[in-house]
Design a protein around this ligand. Structure first.
Ligand code: SAM
Length: 294
């Protein structure tokens, strides 16, 4: 049995950082995990086994990467910060199943990366402690590109996690909730104290699991138009859906036709967007599309 000390223990993390003279960059969202329990919770939530692959975004000094390699068949870790590459090469040397890719995940061709790296696994999940400054663009890229993913298990800002998982009717529910729930089933796994990171972030954190849907839960005739309707409906949260849609689709007409279309979709014009379910947005966008409003 190995007696190697995990990368993520506070003692070893500090030792690695000091020996390499590494200075954290706030602009890259560098808050590294030093808590075994949280790391284990994240890995367990991904349901990996030795037939599966994991894509990690932002391995840092490899704390989570090491745990993923112990569970999965193959791990690909994409890191933007060149200064971390020699550290990762050193600390992850015992794990030949890990491939570190240097790059910005937002610019990478992920479809090509999946085809090249994950041809021999039965399923792939994304598992990461995400850089908070780009959480939403990263998650939307993963979901919109329709990659063959099972789960996305990520540490993110608590407030963003709550918006992603929100149900209709509350202040957290908005276009982000609808986009995430169109592509996946979100589930808050746990909230996380500041003390599990070095340095500690100044916002609250949570782990969320997005179980990626094979097909959307609603029938939408034109996806791009559906998301335009959702965005327009939430343009000004305090306004009614009728006022928001009028500004976007009927700026110079009276409101009669719009109100007829809303009624045809079964939606009272006086409602606010935050009360509409995913199904209602789908019906509304299909109705507006059929009326030639694209
Ligand atoms: N996984 C490590 C851990 O949990 O200790 C580090 C997580 S830290 C919150 C975020 C990591 O993402 C950093 O290593 C940072 O350099 C990296 N990063 C930031 N922006 C990135 C991007 N656009 N593409 C890839 N990696 C990025």
């Amino acid at each position: 049995m190995s007696t190697r000390e995990d990368i993520s223990t506070p003692r070893r993390t500090k030792e690695i950082i000091q020996r390499h003279g590494f200075a954290f960059k706030k602009s890259l969202g560098q808050n590294f995990l030093i808590d075994q329990n949280i790391l284990n919770k994240i890995v367990t939530a991904a349901g990996l086994d030795k037939t599966k692959g994991a894509l990690e975004i932002g391995p840092g000094i490899g704390a989570l990467t090491e745990k993923l390699a112990q569970e999965a068949e193959k791990v690909v870790a994409v890191e933007i910060d060149q200064r971390l590459l020699p550290i990762l090469e050193e600390v992850l040397a015992p794990y030949p199943q890990i491939h570190v890719v240097h790059g910005d995940v937002l610019k990478l061709d992920l479809k090509a990366l999946f085809a090249a790296e994950f041809d021999n696994v039965s399923g792939v999940s994304v598992v990461a402690n995400l850089p908070y400054y780009v959480t939403t663009p990263i998650l939307m890229k993963l979901l919109e590109e329709k990659l063959p993913l099972e789960h996305i298990v990520v540490m993110i800002q608590k407030e963003v996690a709550e918006r992603m998982a929100a149900a209709p009717g509350g202040k957290d529910y908005g276009s982000l909730s609808i986009a995430v729930q169109y592509y996946s089933v979100p589930e808050l796994i746990c909230t996380v104290p500041h003390s599990v990171f070095i340095p500690q972030p100044n916002v609250e954190s949570a782990v969320i699991r997005l179980s990626v849907r094979k097909t959307p839960p609603v029938t939408v005739e034109d996806e791009a138009f559906f998301f335009q309707v959702v965005q327009a409906s939430f343009a000004q949260r305090r306004k009614t859906i009728s006022n928001n849609l009028k500004s976007r689709f009927f700026p110079s007409e009276g409101r009669e036709r719009l109100e007829q279309l809303l009624e045809a979709a079964g939606i009272a014009p006086s409602r606010r967007a935050e009360t509409l379910s995913l199904e209602e947005f789908a019906t509304l966008s299909n109705t507006l599309l059929q009326a030639g409003l694209k």
